[in-house]
Design a protein around this ligand. Structure first.
Ligand code: PGA
Length: 238
């Protein structure tokens, strides 16, 4: 993808009322030079699809790997396509660490998402303990090995220690890691757009946007406020 990608991961936040206000503000104010993706909880996808112009894309935070059937509580990639999604986050660190999703399961989800016509936003990143033990590269390699039989996707480098902490990784670390990820994926003949995520805010997004090796950002907390999310989008008019 040539345009920068700016994705808003709302996580388990927002009601119909608060989401309606936020979506309308974003939709009215945004001037688009980037691929802007709104990723609300499942319950708000339909409403977001109705409110947003098609210049802003819709994504989901997770999916299962089966098309349909007796899987109570799960949502299939086909259902996400049916409701207007173009993207789906796979392997967010909260799915890996709170819900115990394994690389093997994530591989199935990646394949299922692609088969349904969705573009996965596949999250990778080391924990603080893995960072302290110098295992970042080892962990990333293992997580990237899950990308098999896939020719194109979005990868988000999200160091777990930077998510929701208010402290993003420093630019040198982001650059170095994204370079590493791009190299590894090139070796695997995978065409990847690589984002950074973890405490992206209006006060660090300009510096991040200046680095052309970084193809965009995955934003959590700062995407829940129209003003801060719009400022982040503005930073990427590069
Ligand atoms: P954050 O979350 O921006 O709140 O750190 C990012 C993410 O988890 O995708």
């Amino acid at each position: 993808m040539n345009k920068p990608v700016i994705a808003a991961n709302w996580k388990m936040n927002m009601t119909k009322k608060t989401a309606g206000i936020l979506l309308r503000k974003i939709n009215e104010s945004v001037s688009i030079t980037s691929e802007v993706i709104i990723i609300p909880p499942f319950t708000l996808l339909d409403m977001a699809y109705e409110i947003l112009d098609n210049k802003i894309k819709l994504g989901a935070q997770n999916c299962y790997w089966k098309k349909s059937g007796a899987f109570t509580g799960e949502i299939s990639p086909q259902m996400l396509v049916d409701i207007g999604c173009k993207y789906v986050i796979i392997g967010h660190s909260e799915r890996r660490h709170i819900f115990g999703e394994s690389d093997a399961l994530l591989h199935k989800k990646l394949i299922a998402a692609i088969d349904a016509g969705l573009t996965p936003i596949y999250c990778v990143g080391e924990t603080l303990e893995e960072k302290r033990k110098g295992k970042r590269e080892f962990v990333l390699n293992r997580q990237l090995d899950t990308i098999n039989g896939i020719s194109s996707l979005i990868v988000a480098y999200e160091p777990v220690w930077a998510i929701g902490t208010g402290v993003a990784a420093d630019i040198a670390t982001i650059r170095e890691t994204i370079e590493l990820i791009k190299l590894k994926l090139k070796e695997k003949s995978v065409d990847a757009t690589v984002l950074y995520g973890g405490s992206v805010k209006p006060d660090n997004s300009k510096e991040i946007a200046k680095q052309h090796i970084i193809d965009g950002v995955l934003v959590g907390g700062a995407s829940l406020d129209a003003e801060s999310f719009l400022k982040i989008i503005d930073s990427f008019k590069r």
